[in-house]
Design a protein around this ligand. Sequence first.
Ligand code: GDP
Ligand code: MG
Length: 177
Amino acid sequence: MSANRLDRNVVVLGGMGVGKSTAIQRFLNNEFNESHYPTVSNTYNKRITLNDREYNLTITDTAGQDETSILDPNYAGATDVYVIAFSVAYRKSFDIAKVVRDKILDISGVESVAMVLVGNKSDLKADRQVSRAEAEELARAFNCPYVETSAKENQNIEELFVKSVKIANKARGDDDT
Ligand code: GDP
Ligand code: MG
């Protein structure tokens, strides 16, 4: 079985404080942490099974300098899918998502890369600054899916990473899943 395990590298990027680390911890350990730890990049592994196939996900969490997370050019070659996160409760992070995507394209030197746009903190309903329709429109422009999550309430976190694997598979021409 292990011989058939497929490796997929997921890199999570976006503005500071949007919940990248929290979403990853939620996915890995089903934990929610109230405190903000703006650490350096960290890499995690998790095995998942999807449509009877086993995957070893390597998830790279990135940490911000200023308001954008560091995009190490070394990621580019090895990355199967980028997760670009913003907070639906913070408009500036939505604008930063656009900048992050431009940087990814710059560094990759290609016209399109596998990515998923994520609007986190959907639980903050009264503080919402970016509508779902607006985010979906941006995702259409990016030619990528949009997933709305709450790492706090564990909404769509699993779906986000499953979607990321599917998008990575699609980009590899592997539509079997
Ligand atoms: P990062 O800089 O993108 O890694 O952001 P963090 O994961 O450190 O989260 C920043 C802050 O937002 C922390 O205080 C988290 O507890 C909080 N946070 C993360 N996700 C959510 C969410 O879905 N909803 C709410 N209300 N708060 C969240
Ligand atoms: Mg973080």
